[in-house]
Design a protein around this ligand. Structure first.
Ligand code: FES
Length: 320
């Protein structure tokens, strides 16, 4: 970590919180017992930085220490440790440019050149006091690299041209909407989602299944005698394992196509009357519990995602 010293000259001798900041200070102090109020040092330093044109002067740090009844040196230690606190004056729009590996590989170096060209060296302030910049470590938006933070907001998926345009607009007093500069939703892939496209994975519909897997097919030919009722999972009560069905369905799928189901599990499932992907695809949470109890494999069905696999195989059978 770089040695960080604060600017003793630029901050003058006085600092006071803005009147409207008092409510925020009260909020943070209210989160801690009075004898532990120094726990609020970081949020109070942050508020002081806001009230001091984006940086922490030494009088501002003292004001925080006085509020929290802390030795000044303890507050200095916190302020000089965390790079979120700036220890020298900055421009109205202060740019934190991420130079860590993902952003560097995606062009952060070129963005730095834009800063040097438009603003100057790190922590230089433009003549109109509008812009300043510094290089920082990863800001946690690597998917949208390269990126910068300007005051409180992220500007992502930048190119040198886009970034130069942002700086020029800010310098001309034009606000620029933060966020990504390409066709993506937040951190989603360019052009839209490419995975998790099956809404059944996250819309709760799996939990809403009321259909039991082993019900007999409806009898359509009235001339045929009614088929004997099969023993189904609906008959199986919690505790003892499900009972064996009397007959297999006409179609027997190769259940080993479901990852996680081996020959032994196939035998066990068939003993429970499970022969088809469609049966597994239609399992309710209660069915899953019973099957897992019978297989002595708690959590196995969900962990190995048998139901989703079975649904895909049902679909593949239909399309075949
Ligand atoms: S490396 Fe730049 S945001 Fe993470």
């Amino acid at each position: 970590m770089a040695l960080r010293r604060f600017d003793l000259e630029a901050g003058g001798t006085d600092f006071s919180f803005a009147p409207e900041t008092e409510d925020k200070i009260a909020f943070w102090l209210g989160k801690y017992p009075s004898e532990k109020k120094r726990s609020a040092v970081i949020p109070l330093l942050w508020l002081a930085q806001k009230d001091n044109a984006g940086w922490l002067s030494e009088p501002a740090m003292r004001a925080v220490a006085d509020r929290l009844e802390m030795p000044y040196i303890r507050v200095y230690e916190v302020a000089t440790f965390y790079t979120m606190f700036r220890l020298r004056p900055v421009g109205r729009h202060h740019i934190q440019l991420c130079g860590t590996t993902p952003c560097m590989l995606r062009g952060a170096h070129d963005l730095k050149e834009v800063c040097r060209d438009r603003i100057g060296e790190p922590f230089a302030i433009t003549d109109d006091a509008r812009l300043s910049w510094e290089e920082v470590e990863c800001l946690g938006a690597c998917v949208n690299a390269p990126m910068v933070q300007i005051n409180d907001y992220y500007y992502e998926d930048l190119t040198p041209e886009r970034f130069a345009s942002v700086l020029d607009q800010l310098r001309n007093g034009v606000d620029v909407a933060p966020g990504t500069f390409v066709d993506r939703q937040r951190s989603a892939p360019l052009g839209g989602a490419t995975s998790l496209l099956d809404a059944g994975l996250f819309d709760g519909s799996r939990l809403a299944q009321a259909h039991l897997p082993n019900l007999p097919e409806p009898v359509t030919d009235t001339a045929q005698p009614a088929a004997p009722a099969r023993t189904t999972l609906i008959d199986v009560q919690p505790g003892p394992p499900p009972e064996r069905v009397e007959t297999a369905s006409e179609r027997v799928d190769d259940l080993r196509k479901i990852k996680g189901i081996g020959p032994k599990a196939v035998t066990q499932l068939q003993a429970l009357g499970i022969y088809q992907f469609a049966q597994i695809a239609a399992w309710s949470p209660a069915d899953v519990s019973r099957i897992e109890a019978a297989l002595s494999g708690a959590g196995r069905v969900g962990r190995e995602d048998w139901i989703a696999q079975a649904r895909l195989l049902v679909q593949a059978n239909k399309e075949a």
